[in-house]
Structure formats: C-alpha cells, structure tokens
Write a protein that binds this ligand. Structure first.
Ligand SMILES: Nc1ncnc2c1ncn2[C@@H]1O[C@H](COP(=O)(O)OP(=O)(O)OP(=O)(O)O)[C@@H](O)[C@H]1O
Ligand SMILES: [Mg+2]
Length: 233
C-alpha cells in the first residue's frame, strides 16, 4: 500500500496579472520507508510539491493521498493535526529556535503530543540525541554549534514524534558538500533504523545520487522516475 499517491495533481498560483502553473498533471506513488528526492532546476516546482505533500498548501487540481488521507479535503485545523501526527519537517536554514537549547529544540514537537509520561519524553529525546550524535551538545544553544550539527539537530527534531514521513526542502543548501553527504547519510540511517519515509528536494547534482527513488521535475511537470541502479519507469 503506497504511503503517498498523487493523481494528476495541478497547482496554480494567482499573481496580480498572471496565473502561474507551478505543477501540471503530476502523478506518482511513494512506498513506505522510501528514500526519495525531487530534483529539477529553480522554479520547476520542487517546493510546491513538498508543500502539498506536507499539507501546507492544497492542490488546485487532482487528488493527493498521504497515509490514506485525501489531504486536499482537509480543513485548516485538520491539516495542522495531520501534520503533527504524521509529518516531520527539515528546512534548508535549519529553523532551530535560538532561545532554546539543543535538547529543548528536539523536545519542541512533543509539546503538542499528549499522553507521554515525562520519563518517556526524556527517553525519546535522549534516544534522538544519541541517534544523531549530539548527546554531548544537548545543553548548548543553536548559535554555539556548526551548520552540520544544526541540521543533525533538525533531523532529530523531525523524527522525535515518530512520523511516518519526513519532508526536507533543500536540506543541504547551506552546507559544504562533505557535510551535506553526512547529513543525507544520517537521514538514510534514520530511514533504516525507524522505517521513516524521507522525501527531500535538491538541485545539487552530487547529492541527487544518494536518493533511491528520483523524480525529475521540469516546468512543473514530472519528466522521469529513476530507481537506484538505473532502472527507469
Ligand atoms: N506563492 C507563489 N506565488 C506565485 N508564484 C509562485 C509562488 N510560489 C511559487 N511560485 C512559482 O511557481 C513555480 C514553482 O516554484 P517552486 O518554488 O515550487 O520551485 P522550486 O523548484 O522549489 O525552485 P527553487 O529551486 O528555486 O527553490 C515558479 O515559477 C515560482 O515562481
Ligand atoms: Mg524551492
């Protein structure tokens, strides 16, 4: 059973004078525990498709199912609840909260989650800190750690509430290439350990090779699906 099923999705943005067709007739399926990338030039629709999957925006046409839910039909408050329950997010500029420690940043998504005993909460955060190799830095603040470390914290924060799916829009854009590989490798390890599906966008041609399933976007259209090993469909 697919985790995500997109059928003939379109997305238009109405600007003052013109309608921008950001996505047109996009169809695909993504299986659970996949490691997926959307790639394409600037303006091809990568952020738009991630925003739709992430229930941050709605398709203008077509049907989008995420975890058996038709997300195009969700009301605003339902979208927020759906995101909290099923989704994690990683951003290119890390988006850590500067006044919170590393520990508190990872704890943050759990504030919205009810019914977790305090010791269970501490255990989960400790497990995530260890999983991303940041236990020693738990009491530091974001401005006291490097960019690669910040993104590792963001990976932990995205996973702490145990989502089925993590979305990452250009997660390596602000990292040097060695650190970028390390962060992508960490995401893949988390997929292996927790079975979480990861979807990231990039226009970095080096990072693209790390995806196991690759969707190519051009001018808002899906032009290719490539599986690792070179098979195409
Ligand atoms: N809020 C908006 N209003 C109007 N047009 C928009 C809006 N957001 C995106 N677009 C347009 O939709 C198209 C797709 O944009 P999108 O941001 O998805 O591209 P992208 O592949 O993420 O690009 P980049 O690599 O630069 O991040 C572009 O033509 C863009 O100008
Ligand atoms: Mg973008």
């Amino acid at each position: 059973m697919a985790l995500i099923k997109a059928e003939n999705i379109g997305k238009n943005y109405q600007t003052e004078d013109v309608v921008v067709h950001a996505l047109q007739d996009v169809s695909f399926e993504i299986e659970p525990a996949s490691f997926v990338s959307f790639v394409g030039p600037s303006g091809s629709g990568k952020t738009t498709i991630l925003n739709l999957i992430g229930c941050l925006d709605k398709p203008s046409a077509g049907k989008l199912q995420v975890a058996d839910t038709d997300v195009g039909m969700l009301e605003r408050n339902e979208s927020a609840a759906f995101r909290g329950k099923h989704l994690g997010f990683i951003f290119q500029d890390f988006n850590l909260i500067p006044v919170l420690t590393i520990y508190e940043n990872i704890e943050y998504p759990l504030i919205m989650v009810q019914n977790i005993a305090p010791e269970e909460r501490r255990e989960r955060i400790s497990r995530m800190l260890a999983a991303v190799g940041m236990t020693q830095q738990a009491r530091k603040y974001p401005q006291q750690i490097s960019g690669g470390q910040k993104q590792r914290v963001a990976v932990a924060r995205a996973l702490v509430a145990n989502p089925a799916l993590v979305l990452a829009d250009e997660p390596t854009a602000n990292l040097d290439s060695q650190t970028a590989y390390a962060v992508i490798g960490l995401m893949k390890k988390m997929r292996d350990d927790f079975g979480t599906t990861f979807i990231f966008s990039t226009h970095d041609t080096k990072i693209v090779g790390e995806a196991e399933v690759l969707f190519r976007l051009e001018d808002g259209r899906l032009t290719a699906k490539e599986m690792k090993g070179g098979a195409k469909s």
